[in-house]
Design a protein around this ligand. Sequence first.
Ligand SMILES: Nc1ncnc2c1ncn2[C@@H]1O[C@H](COP(=O)(O)OP(=O)(O)OP(=O)(O)O)[C@@H](O)[C@H]1O
Ligand SMILES: [Mg+2]
Length: 323
Amino acid sequence: MIQVQNLTKDYGQLRALDNISFTIPKGEIVGFLGPNGAGKTTTLKIMTCFMPPNSGNIYIDDLNIYQNSIQIRKKIGYLPEGCPLYGEMNVIDFLKFVAELRDIQKNIINKRIKEMIQTCGLKDVVHQEIGELSKGFRQRVGLAGAMIHNPEILILDEPTSGLDPNQIAEIRELIKRLGKEKTVLISTHILREVEATCDRVIIIDKGKIVADGPLTEIQNSFHNQNRVYFEIQADTKMLIEEFESLPDIDNVQLYEQPARQALAGGEDSLYKFYVNFSKDKDIRPDLYNFIKSKEWILFEMRAEQYSLEDIFRQLTEKGEETN
Ligand SMILES: Nc1ncnc2c1ncn2[C@@H]1O[C@H](COP(=O)(O)OP(=O)(O)OP(=O)(O)O)[C@@H](O)[C@H]1O
Ligand SMILES: [Mg+2]
């Protein structure tokens, strides 16, 4: 169990983390999501005892970062941003080197290296120099190095950044497999990364946690079913305004500019738009009756879930408005 408690970190005048707290139970794969500069890497560096916070603490089981940093480091495998490696070393020498740094018992080093080569799919490149490997393979070597001491917790900072789509898929598969045995925290600003690999997501923006929960729960709590997509053919230029003036509606968002509807001719246009509302009740029947009373032609009406991308944008843009 990882408990991050009231962490604050300043770099000079800049408050990079502002009193953040979250808990990660054993065995979860958590996505740590936020735009550039949100404070992801800063949080991970503090978790891995690379630097101290200004205030707050992190507990891993009953250990904490001030009193037990060596034990904590043993429990954690860390793949830093950009994954620094020794380019002139070959893969096997590098893994030996990391294993020795990690103080792994001599008699099991070879066994651990073999396991890592197997787990991370490095069999064909063991004797190659790291500097000559493709990015995807270098990332695998980084992961192998991060896991050589068989840590319970894996902390990965942007593990798929810069990889091609095939490599991304492979690394994601690998992370999912590892997640069956380990607690994994992945920092990313790529939403699909989280959707593809994580059970839960923590969204950070400007040093503050703005959302935390299982993906589906966040999606549900966030205007679940409170968005309806419409396609309506109408002979008015004021259709959007008419919808906006109805009770219970937060706002109306055009999906695309209305196009003159060829089918009907005349002044009719086809409007495609979303109606967003924050009430619990389903207002589709009311909207349908309204459309009927206007004698507009309804082509499509469907309730939509917000995608993680919409949620992310709303949460992180809201912050900008208040600043
Ligand atoms: N060593 C440092 N000295 C001064 N400011 C720093 C330092 N490291 C980070 N910062 C600042 O702290 C803020 C948070 O940075 P951090 O690297 O944690 O963001 P991030 O969420 O990892 O972003 P990215 O997605 O770009 O990796 C940023 O404004 C950054 O410029
Ligand atoms: Mg970062």
